[in-house]
Design a protein around this ligand. Sequence first.
Ligand code: NAD
Length: 514
Amino acid sequence: MLQRVALLQRAVLHSPAIRSLSSGSVDITAPLNFWGGKRRESKERNNVENVYEPSTGRVLCKLAPCGAAEVDQAVEVAKSAFGPWSKMSGMERARVMIEAAHIIEKRREEIAEMEVVNNGKSITEARLDVDSARLCIEYYAGLSSTLAGQHVQLPGGSFAYTRREPLGVCVGIGAWNYPFQIAAWKSAPALACGNTMVFKPSPVTPVTAVMLAEIYDEAGSPQGLFNVVQGGQQTGSLLCHHPDVAKVSFTGSVPTGQKIMKTASKGVKPVTLELGGKSPLLIFEDSDLENAVRGALMANFLSQGQVCSNGTRVFVQKDILHKFVNEVVKRTQAIEIGDPLLESTKMGALVNRTHLEKVLAFVDQAKKEGATVLCGGEPFIPSDPKLRHGYYMTPCVLVNCRDDMTCVREEIFGPVMSVLSFETEEEVLERANDTTMGLAAGVFTRDVQRAHRVIEHLKAGSCFINNYNITPVEVPFGGFKMSGIGRENGQVTIEHYSQLKTVYVEMGDVDSLF
Ligand code: NAD
């Protein structure tokens, strides 16, 4: 494990900011943009923001958002790379992508450590994120040579065929909870289909996307294949409005998704929207209780609860409620919180102070509305003095929740589990579906028929039977209702990043009506 100081220095990478970090001043912005084959520092000096290390509260570097001129440059190089990249065969594209996957494998530890430094999640989880990114790139490399159209025989010997063609320059916009993984999940299918991409990470976690850009570059991609521009709302909006952008793939909150859809509608650009959730987890009395408890913890406390698909409404059948809650509370209290770079740590820091305060306010609101806190829901100060200013809280289990409470209706995006009890299957299905969201849902039961019956009635895009939050890259992930449009992963994504051209071929004379 690298020393923390070395990690901090690497986080602002090859930058004079390293010197300012060691002298305690962080006036210099970090070169975290990437286009045309190299890292770049933004020239804009409006709205420069601090980037923090959540586990210590320390400023890592400053981030200057890209303005219109810089967005134009990044889109322009992506446009020039589109020519050569889209003309390569699927096998040739696959070779570059497989090489990128190899480099990710080699740099796994370094990328994971960067993610921990900038996001606050535990090193164990960060490694899994890096693995998921690599697997996704390998998976789509495999699919890139399978892209094919159809041949349709028509009367009189004429025929038609379809060609699956790339869209052009795609824009990817990411949330802060899985920075590196989101960049890979968006770029892999886009590149496999022959598109190029300009990616904008969240300004809260800008550090690792640029590493992916370097990796694609080192893997032998044409310059401009995968580019990174930094910034927040304004930069994102500039990208979505850009006339040379063919598609927008977004991961983030519902309100931002709505804005992006509106902007994209002006150019009638296709969008993929991976938005929020308020997912139900149904635990029936015949469940394997040990597994149900483990599943509920996975469904709520992964990544400090900052996971879109989390099953935060835990419906437990009345007869096992007491036993379930006792076991969940015992294990929640045993979760080791602290330095996310330590192997023993199970829960790191939330992403920033504002977000920590928002999550704690949700717990207070739940208490005011009559919920009972059985454990957690408080700020946590680790004993290590260097972590004293980090954004930690104790994972929380709420009982005596009602369906109309804020904690049950709104996405908290923190380590807060709301437990509700139910009596019948019919009742719980109605309550589980009573939400505008539909990202995920889970069921624990030993009754095979019930499991499938319940899943059929749950209005959610990503469902789990006897497990939770398992997202293999080979299968689609995404939501129903206000949780989004389109999917990440799986073969279906090829359709989101390509368009069909139909070609009619006449083999006889033109039979004119005129
Ligand atoms: P957010 O919506 O605040 O920001 C997401 C991204 O959009 C950021 O990069 C931001 O800079 C950018 N952005 C903001 N305004 C924009 C605009 N007008 N035009 C273009 N881009 C703009 O979300 P967040 O706080 O970063 O992430 C948390 C949310 O993301 C939660 O709601 C969570 O459920 C959701 N999320 C969903 C998935 C999924 O796969 N469904 C995965 C992760 C996170």
